[in-house]
Every structure is written in structure tokens, then in C-alpha cells.
Design a protein around this ligand. Structure first.
Ligand SMILES: Nc1ncnc2c1ncn2[C@@H]1O[C@H](COP(=O)(O)OP(=O)(O)OP(=O)(O)O)[C@@H](O)[C@H]1O
Ligand SMILES: [Mg+2]
Length: 280
């Protein structure tokens, strides 16, 4: 896993940085089954079957756009894919280092199978290219995507929470992105799974779970994660230094969970909700 650092003079991003690959189990990513299957097939499925697909004359290069509201798990999905694709070179680019896109493509071609990740592409949609001042940086990215050989086992993985900003550019350059996958807000079943995931080792009373699921329609995954954390803080605070030491699981009562949710939904917490990605 590499990204580009800035060179000493700041002009060209040329120095490579090496990163530890994230480790993540598939069950840490809560997505609707079809969404998960779509993403996995395009990225992991093609990588696994590259030899057969190539022999059958199919192109391997692919572009995938993950889009959806902030906090629904786009970055989380990227981390999952990185962790799953242990045999794949990952090249991470950001708006600041996108000037290195040509180098990134050449690294990806040389060290394929590879995946080039550009998160939050909307941030560069409007920005101008350093080399060709008239072209938006996004077009440079799309042109480079187009320029790479079709049979290179390279995935371009892009993410955005502003699909509306990207749509015209992508529509005017068809074929660069093969699939756009919408990462939606978690439905009731997904919210339930998220609560189970983020309860961790908490001794959590879920007797009033139904009410919590009712009142969290429209929240993001990151909101639910924060909800559990708050409930734990409230429980620990109520418990004082008291009975349960670090050895026993923290007991979170239904009241603690309700209170945490009421706090987060309180009008005074509008800004907190906004930063957690909750759409009013
Ligand atoms: N689908 C999910 N399953 C499990 N956990 C999730 C999921 N979505 C989000 N989370 C949790 O919420 C955190 C924030 O989500 P993430 O950074 O992936 O959002 P994002 O979609 O990339 O948002 P942004 O548009 O702001 O970049 C994650 O680190 C993870 O802990
Ligand atoms: Mg993100």
C-alpha cells in the first residue's frame, strides 16, 4: 500500500510512502447484501478470476464509484476491500497528490494486480490541473483512467458524497467508470446489525431495542456507533468508580441507551447530528 508524499519543494508529489494494510473482517462492514455483493464482484471477484477472464478476452481494467451521504461507510468499504485484497498493490491518491496520477498508473500497471483509490473525488472535480491549467483535475484523472491498457488488472476505486457534482463530468466521458454503487443509509435490519456490531463487549440491555430502531430511521452508521459510545459513557458515569471494575463488562441499561439517543436527537445537538451525517 503506497501513497504519494510531497517532495521537498512541494511542487511534484513524487516520494512514495508505504502503509500498513488495514485488517478488517467482512462482518465489520454492514451493507445490504446486494450492495456488498456488487462491490465485491467488481473488485475482488474480477481479481480472483483474472486469468480466466483475460483468457476469455474480457478486459480487466475497471472503475467503480461508491457514492452516498457522509458517514454511510464509503471509506469503511474501501478499507474492507484493501484488507481483503492482500495480493493487490494499493495506490492511494488524494486531491493534494493527484498530480501523481500518471506515476500511480505506471506503478499500478507494473505491480498489477493493483487498485488505485481516489477518495472524495468531488473535491477535485473543480480544481485545475497543475500542468494543463485549463483542464479540471478530474478530467486528467478520467483521461489517465482511459489511457491505461484494458487488460491491466487494475481497479480504480473512487468515492464521493457529492455524486451530483460528478455526474456531468462522468457522463461526458463515458466508459471510465463501469459501475456506480450507491451506499444507502442503513435500513432497520442494518441498524440492528450495526448496534450489535458496535455494542462490542458492552453488557447491553436491548429490551427496548424496537423503540430505538423506530427513532433512528434516517441516521447513518457513524451515528449509531456514536450512540453506543455515548450510552457506554452514560452508563460508566452512572456506575461511578463503583461496583464493576475493568474486569466485568460495562452494564448499559435500556435507560442509558434511551438517554443517549434523546441527547443526540435533542435540538441543541443539531450540529453534532450534522457532523455524524444525520439528514434532518
Ligand atoms: N456500513 C457500515 N458498517 C459498519 N460501520 C460503518 C459503516 N458505515 C460507517 N461505519 C462506521 O462509521 C465510520 C465513518 O464512516 P465512513 O468514514 O466510512 O463514512 P464515509 O461514507 O466515508 O463518509 P464521508 O462521505 O464523510 O467520507 C466508520 O469508520 C465506521 O466505524
Ligand atoms: Mg469517507
Amino acid at each position: 500500500m503506497v501513497s504519494f508524499g510531497h517532495s521537498m519543494f512541494g511542487e511534484r508529489s513524487s516520494l512514495l510512502r508505504f502503509h500498513e494494510r488495514p485488517v478488517m473482517a467482512p462482518d465489520e462492514l454492514i451493507l445490504p447484501a446486494e450492495t456488498f455483493a456488487d462491490v465485491r464482484r467488481q473488485v475482488v471477484g474480477v481479481a480472483r478470476n483474472s486469468a480466466r477472464l483475460r483468457a476469455a478476452g474480457q478486459h480487466l481494467k475497471r472503475g467503480l464509484l461508491l457514492y452516498g451521504a457522509p458517514g454511510v461507510g464509503k471509506t469503511h468499504t474501501v478499507r474492507y476491500l484493501m484488507s481483503e485484497l492482500t495480493g493487490t498493490t494499493i495506490v492511494q491518491l488524494t486531491g493534494e497528490t493527484l498530480g501523481g496520477i500518471r506515476d500511480a498508473c505506471s506503478i499500478a500497471r507494473t505491480l498489477q494486480p493493483a487498485m488505485i483509490v481516489v477518495e472524495d473525488v468531488d473535491l477535485i472535480a473543480q480544481e485545475r490541473d497543475h500542468y494543463d491549467g485549463s483542464a479540471p483535475l478530474l478530467f486528467t484523472l478520467l483521461n489517465e483512467m482511459d489511457g491505461l491498457d484494458e487488460d491491466a488488472d487494475v481497479t480504480f476505486l473512487l468515492t464521493t458524497n457529492r455524486a451530483d457534482l460528478l455526474e456531468p463530468a462522468l457522463a461526458s466521458r463515458p466508459g471510465r467508470v463501469d459501475q456506480a454503487v450507491h451506499i444507502d443509509l442503513p435500513d432497520r435490519a442494518a441498524r440492528h446489525r450495526l448496534i450489535e456490531l458496535y455494542r462490542g463487549a458492552l453488557d447491553l440491555d436491548l429490551s427496548r431495542l424496537d423503540g430505538v430502531l423506530d427513532r433512528t430511521d434516517g441516521v447513518t452508521a457513524s451515528f449509531l456507533k456514536e450512540l453506543l459510545r455515548r450510552a457506554a459513557v452514560i452508563a460508566a458515569d452512572r456506575d461511578g468508580d463503583g461496583a464493576s471494575g475493568a474486569a466485568t463488562a460495562l452494564e448499559v441499561m435500556a435507560d442509558d441507551l434511551d438517554q443517549a439517543l434523546a441527547d443526540l436527537l435533542d435540538t441543541r445537538n443539531a450540529m453534532t447530528r450534522a457532523v455524524l451525517g444525520f439528514q434532518e
